[in-house]
Design a protein around this ligand. Structure first.
Ligand code: GH3
Ligand code: MG
Ligand code: MG
Ligand code: MG
Length: 311
């Protein structure tokens, strides 16, 4: 089967085989008013192990997409009773972006202006009827590959690879949004900077890999103890949090985290993890200066002997 499909390219055969197992998790909705076309498309897609769903018109398409938000890809006919294909694209793209839902427009469009319309309104690709099975399969596969790359890129851009926490950029982006919310609601914000104590000694005494493990278990405890606060790894062994909660409440959560740190295991024979924190509560004017205030207090915590929070 793979040989038949990929007679023009070994590289294509490789990609096809590579995806085949994960395809059973991919849901494709075929929206077309013609029974014949829907069945034609279904018969092309099912040997690739995709889950195929069908809709007869725009209304049914919207209903199914609402009921099953995990639908990955929509093969969308243009000429259907009621809402037309690219009007539907326009509507769908108000809510669903390219990495939420892939849309491939389909039409028996002799001039080619429809394909342009589809793509302008946000479709990812277009197929002109009649099309051969291989063409549909190639386009489905390449749009899925592109979507996966887009998702991976988004993931890598937002999260720190070691700990899975927000990285500095994501922390700042979401931090600014939180500050705007606080401004609208006329509230102050709490901000804290956390830094692991004598972390260099862990690296030097137990190896860099143990240092990494320490960062991972610490980040996990941090997320578990302060789940509703905005957290991030700003760099090295330095973390930050931002919250609308009162400073007392944040300080209590940090005490709880400190308590848990004593029991975290990351390397045989290694000393318990401890951290210092600077905590500041103030007007939500400027994230940079809020973090600076927290950092000044963190420095004091270090000077006063570490393993404490200074407000
Ligand atoms: P202090 O209590 O004053 O904070 O002392 P410290 O040793 O924690 O502070 P210092 O800033 O001197 O050392 C931080 C160390 O963290 C230095 C750096 O090599 C290490 N580090 C930074 N990022 C990573 C990482 O991703 N993995 C590991 N294993 N170590 C890291
Ligand atoms: Mg039609
Ligand atoms: Mg440190
Ligand atoms: Mg440091």
């Amino acid at each position: 089967y793979v040989l038949k499909e990929s007679q023009h390219s070994y590289e294509y055969a490789f990609r096809l085989l590579h995806r085949l197992d994960s395809n059973s998790h991919i849901k494709i909705l075929v929206a077309d008013d013609s029974d014949t076309t829907r069945h034609y498309i279904r018969n092309i897609l099912t040997p690739h192990r995709y889950q195929v769903l069908e809709a007869r018109d725009g209304k049914e398409t919207l209903r199914l997409l609402g009921e099953q938000p995990d639908i990955d890809l929509l093969v969308l006919d243009h000429a259907m009773p009621g809402v037309s294909g690219f009007e539907l694209v326009k509507l769908l793209r108000q809510k669903l972006r390219r990495n939420d839902l892939i849309i491939i427009g389909v039409s028996a469009d002799p001039k080619g202006s429809l394909s342009a319309q589809f793509i302008k309104h946000g479709a990812d690709d277009f197929l002109r009827k009649p099309f051969c099975p291989e063409e549909l399969n190639c386009r489905v596969m390449s749009t899925l590959e592109r979507r996966d790359l887009l998702r991976a890129l988004k993931q890598a851009a937002q999260f720190d690879a070691l700990t899975g926490l927000n990285n500095r950029r994501a922390f700042y982006e979401q931090g600014l949004q939180l500050l705007q919310q606080a401004q609208r609601e006329g509230r102050e914000v709490s901000v804290a900077m956390l830094d692991l104590d004598h972390f260099k000694q862990i690296n030097d005494g137990f190896g860099h890999a143990s240092g990494d493990s320490a960062l991972v278990v610490f980040a996990r405890a941090l997320s578990a103890t302060l789940p509703q606060m905005l957290l991030g790894r700003l760099g090295g062994e330095e973390f930050a949090l931002l919250s609308l909660d009162e400073a007392d409440r944040v300080e209590a959560a940090l005490d709880e985290l400190r308590h848990q740190c004593a029991a975290l295991h990351y390397a045989a024979g290694a000393p318990p993890l401890s951290f210092s924190a600077g905590l500041y509560r103030g007007e939500p004017d400027d994230l940079e200066s809020l973090l600076h205030e927290a950092d000044v207090r963190l420095y004091r915590a270090k000077q006063q002997g570490r393993a404490r929070t200074v407000r």
